[in-house]
Design a protein around this ligand. Sequence first.
Ligand SMILES: CC(C)(COP(=O)(O)OP(=O)(O)OC[C@H]1O[C@@H](n2cnc3c(N)ncnc32)[C@H](O)[C@@H]1OP(=O)(O)O)[C@@H](O)C(=O)NCCC(=O)NCCS
Length: 415
Amino acid sequence: MINDFCDLGAAAVEKKLAEYKCDTNEAICLKLVRFPEDLEDDSTTFHPEYSHQSFGDDEVAFGYKGLQIQLFYTAGNLSTLFKVKYSSKVNEKFDCVEADDIEGKIREIIPAGFTCNTDDFISLLEKDANFKPFGTLLHTYTVHNEEAGDLTYQIHKADMTCPGFQEYHERLQTFLMWFIETASFIDTDDDRWDFFLLFEKYNKDGETLYATVGYMTVYNYYVYPDKTRPRVSQMLILPPFQGEGHGAQLLEAVHRFYCNLPKVQDITAEDPSESYVKLRDYVLVKLCQSLTSFAADKLHLGFSAEMAAEAQEKLKINKKHARRVYEILRLKATDMSDEEKAKAYRLEVKKRLFGPYRKNQRELTKMRKCLRPEELVSHMGQMDTQVQHEELEKSYQDLVADYRRTIERLATQVV
Ligand SMILES: CC(C)(COP(=O)(O)OP(=O)(O)OC[C@H]1O[C@@H](n2cnc3c(N)ncnc32)[C@H](O)[C@@H]1OP(=O)(O)O)[C@@H](O)C(=O)NCCC(=O)NCCS
């Protein structure tokens, strides 16, 4: 083949090659398949939010035009169809340019056992009728859907001793890479992991089948001398099911499960995302609003030891989280159009938010003592204080906006 580079200038080559770059968040097509016709139905396709772990920070694959990376899963068992499609590949045109090894990158994420053949996938889809949720049933709930009527959901607790669960989990966790920015796969050989799985029951040809909706992994940390501290590690509601209240249901069911275990001290989370913190606020406020120490007439007296103790003893809620619950319930009970009351609330929350700033300030003061006078820029301190004041105000405003959203959700009683 004659190298096409010979006929082109550098800029023209660059322009031509740019045509072979694809945004991998668009190119990767995910699907949860219940019926064969779903395969051709673009409305059931969803795309990753992240693909940087496989395709680098710019989330681009090089070497293909019209790239489509299909990762289709049967709805229950998550048996996988993997196909790479494109209209043209760069080394068909330019013989000294290498296209990215898409298959190799995807194979690093998806476990062996997938198929690349649609007919084989259809056979696997038929076998999904035999798929049953793993582990023990913890909680069932129904949600009314305009089109489908009442839908039933089940939350199960599973572990690696459940036959077939390890392989299923290997397929399930592949979704983390596309929806959690800093996702990593966990070491499932460690028996301190608990797995909570969420399924939707649906009807196919008169039979009841189960579709995977989402899951949560929790690590049971040891706390001296005889307690454990379950720490939520990963939580994912698959995108077609997000924003329907399933996250709240799953988190609440998991909380209730650990509340009943005497050895549990409290429940925490590993490096929680903003969306997780919002979800947790909602669930914990819902659980705490019936506790006597959080009664409306006690809230204006401040965050008390009684609140922390009751939340910990009855609901295994960590003190920091209980404090947020108190702030939300107090905001809910405060008439913010009353200037006095609004001011008292603002000061109360800002006092807590100011903690880290005060520490920062102390460190700065210490540093200054070590500096020679000529190194001290006199207005530096003032500048810091001003910046810190603005940051504090912004943190407060953002926090209160989130709190108000939680209060609204409680009021509308969206699950
Ligand atoms: C974060 C996550 C677990 C939340 O799950 P979810 O099922 O979407 O959560 P919910 O549906 O209970 O709540 C989400 C929103 O939907 C809203 N909602 C819930 N049910 C609703 C309904 N029936 N109608 C309208 N809105 C509804 C809630 O009010 C909430 O809104 P808000 O965020 O503005 O407060 C999910 O989005 C996810 O998996 N994200 C990707 C991974 C991730 O970030 N994981 C967490 C860190 S590991």
